[in-house]
Write a protein that binds this ligand. Structure first.
Ligand SMILES: NC(=O)c1ccc[n+]([C@@H]2O[C@H](COP(=O)([O-])OP(=O)(O)OC[C@H]3O[C@@H](n4cnc5c(N)ncnc54)[C@H](O)[C@@H]3O)[C@@H](O)[C@H]2O)c1
Length: 357
């Protein structure tokens, strides 16, 4: 048995505590949380206490100097992903960095370069691809049974779901609103299923009609409407080098009935819809003998906790020498698409997507 991996936590708020630390703590034979960092000392102390960790700091550089730490989770607001991630990789630590990887593609480029130079694992915290339905549909598509997937409609829509906590309404700290925050999950899942084709251009629009309005109800807690500087809805058409197209819709607030986190994929042989919740996570659409079939896979592999699966995959990549289960280069492609969508919304024109590494 190889030695347990020493883990450091940078940013110990909601996701760190609820998902990263919980998952590391659930794998005690393979890793141990050695030190916890948060700029807010009280937050760091209470997170550390919850998981029985003694060593606490408010400075991530101090944590990175700790030789007992092999790998870190970076779970800070988006604006603070870049510096700790690059510094960690330079210090020879593996990094699981929360999504979106950066505020923009340029930041991702720096993180990918640091990962390449160090030879350490850089994994982006995109857990949707670790669910049972995602694993099944990926192998179904890779086996050729859908033919070429040439179109997908990806939706991450909330009716009244502006996060009332954290900094999710602050463009300066997040880089954007629902597009970059929850659109990133469904776009990653969609592109993962499509084999991550190279995007070439996007035509997009963003809106902020509802999120700033103090008279509108919000289901995710209260927030200061005057500080709402992100979009509340975004839509885009993204074209890929291989001819495929994706239409992406994402909202924190919209006047709609359903609240899907869903991707509908169309292939030359068959199609599929994958949903993150509900009784029918996957339906496959095909034709045989001039009959149309809607099929529901009956024994999709069970993954109780995709966050645990994500951390398990991170540890496995470190233990076995890689590759990264969710490489930084995928994170860069996602951010480059968002950059083009935000630009397109301003210029009113289609914008090129630069994914050079
Ligand atoms: N994968 C998912 O499903 C998922 C869900 C929620 C959030 N997230 C991502 O996780 C990140 C954090 O979100 P959250 O909901 O946990 O936010 P949060 O506000 O609850 O926690 C962030 C913590 O980071 C700390 N922090 C800020 N700057 C720091 C720095 N330089 N060094 C150390 N600590 C610092 C803050 O004090 C705060 O405690 C974001 O990037 C978000 O997009 C991912």
């Amino acid at each position: 048995m190889s030695k347990k991996l020493g883990i450091g936590i940078i940013g110990s708020g909601g996701i760190a505590r609820g998902c990263h630390m919980k998952s590391y703590a659930a794998l005690p034979d393979r890793c141990e949380i050695v030190q916890v960092c948060d700029v807010n000392e009280d937050v760091a102390r209470s997170a550390a206490a919850e998981f029985g960790v003694e060593n606490v700091t408010t400075d991530y550089r101090e944590l990175l100097a700790n030789p007992a730490i092999d790998a870190v989770s970076v779970a800070t607001p988006n604006k603070f992903h870049l510096d700790p991630t690059v510094a960690a990789l330079k210090a020879g630590k593996h990094v699981l960095c929360e999504k979106p990887l950066g505020m923009n593609a340029d930041e991702c480029r720096q993180m990918c370069a640091a990962a390449r130079d160090s030879g350490k694992i850089l994994q982006v915290g995109l857990q949707q691809r670790f669910t049972g339905p995602a694993r099944f549909l990926k192998s179904y598509i890779d086996s050729g049974q859908m033919g070429d997937v040439y179109y997908a409609r990806a939706q991450a829509l909330r009716r009244r779901g502006v996060p009332g906590w954290g900094v999710f309404i602050d463009k300066e700290k997040q880089g954007g609103g629902p597009l970059i925050d929850i659109g990133v999950h469904i776009l990653d899942l969609t592109l993962f299923l499509m084999g991550y084709p190279k995007p070439v251009m996007a035509l997009g629009s963003t809106y902020d009609h509802l999120g700033k309005n103090p008279d509108i109800y919000n289901g995710f807690g209260d927030y200061d409407r005057s500080k709402f500087t992100v979009e509340d809805f975004a839509v885009a058409l993204v074209k890929f080098e291989n001819g495929a197209t994706v239409v992406l819709e994402s909202s924190f607030m919209a006047n709609i009935a359903d609240q899907p986190l869903t991707s509908q994929l169309m292939g030359t042989k068959s199609g599929a819809i994958i949903r993150s919740s509900g009784d029918e996570p996957i339906v496959l659409y095909s034709e045989r003998e001039k009959q149309l079939f809607d099929e529901r896979p009956a024994n999709i592999p069970r993954v109780d906790n995709p966050y645990l699966a994500e951390v398990d995959a991170f540890l496995k990549a470190i233990e076995t020498g890689g590759p990264s289960p969710v490489p930084g280069e995928n994170g860069l492609i996602l951010n480059a698409i968002f950059d083009a969508i935000y630009r397109s919304s301003e210029t009113g024109r289609e914008e090129p997507i630069d994914v050079t590494f």
